[in-house]
Design a protein around this ligand. Sequence first.
Ligand SMILES: Nc1ncnc2c1ncn2[C@@H]1O[C@H](COP(=O)(O)OP(=O)(O)O)[C@@H](O)[C@H]1O
Ligand SMILES: [Mg+2]
Length: 363
Amino acid sequence: MKLTCLTLQNFRNIEYEKIYFSDGVNILVGKNAQGKTNILEAINFCSYLKSFRSCSEQQLIMIGKEFAKIKLEYKDFSDNCVIEIKIFKTEPKQLKINGITVAKNRQFIGQFLSIVFTPDHLNLIKEGPNKRRSFLDMALCALDIKYTDALLKYQKILAQRNAVLKKSADCFENSLLLDVYDQNLAKEGAYIAYSRAKYIEKLEPFAKKIFMEMTKTDIKLKLLYINQFLKTADCCEDFETAILERLRKKRQADIIARVTQSGIQKDDILILGAGKSLKHFGSQGQIRCAVLSLILAQSKVIYDIRGDYPVIILDDILSELDRTRKAFIFKGLENTQCILSTCEAQKVKNRGNILKVSKGRII
Ligand SMILES: Nc1ncnc2c1ncn2[C@@H]1O[C@H](COP(=O)(O)OP(=O)(O)O)[C@@H](O)[C@H]1O
Ligand SMILES: [Mg+2]
């Protein structure tokens, strides 16, 4: 996928700007607080309809304006595509693909594929499991509309089940209702668990290879899908049975705790280097390499599934990497388009298409 042109209007500190991108490496250069991350945020928002800064949509609108607009032109194989997003203060946002209005987020997500890597991702391994779950969810939602549906349904049922558990500690009164919730959670949860298992299975060999090349060691990276019910499964049904069984077994405990304590909302990925948990035993350098390997591996999996590479967005991470890893980034991204930001103008000279950002403008 190749992003060719981005037009922003009232997007954060950018009042109006039309930005052209070239194939290969594009580098947004500028001092702090000029709008570099804002531009990357707008691009990535087009993929997931969610900001990687985890803020509300309305925060994207320039202060004092009524709406924000993003128009993104890109090449998908050889076709020219245009997507447009208009975000309002109070009304729902408007989405268009090639001029045609799209009613649902789920039909829009994953049209334009990009993956992002920010300094915050460096905590992916160190922090709690929800970061790692959202790493999986972002990728899977963009690749599989059925996954998005299952996740939304699951979250809704889980909230309903928890509401029932909160209201009353009387298990007999609600047992029929809980039976229904459990069956539905198991059904949607099974699709989610199965997809996560398969995705991690696909990701691992790519991540392993990239990690070895990057660290120039023979330390083997291993990814394990951690859930409460099954190590592996050949089909969705196995997960369904296992999740249901676990929900039933834990129902009494849930009633006492007044919250659902089992399910895919507790999943995690365990990342091992040479058989040891990197979270607990990895050096800072190893952890950085492992995270980068996971992100770059994600791009390979997307290529495997969709036949096209996503646009890779790297926000302000060059200063976090040493020279060999930087060189690896520039080398490893040959057949993909990459858009990155940095404050260090001298260090990226002749490395790609330089776009200077100042006060919300390209100069
Ligand atoms: N909704 C908004 N309206 C106007 N300005 C905003 C909005 N959100 C952020 N900004 C401004 O954007 C600037 C930060 O831009 P950012 O892209 O994060 O900078 P950097 O170039 O360091 O990556 C700040 O000056 C901030 O005040
Ligand atoms: Mg920034």
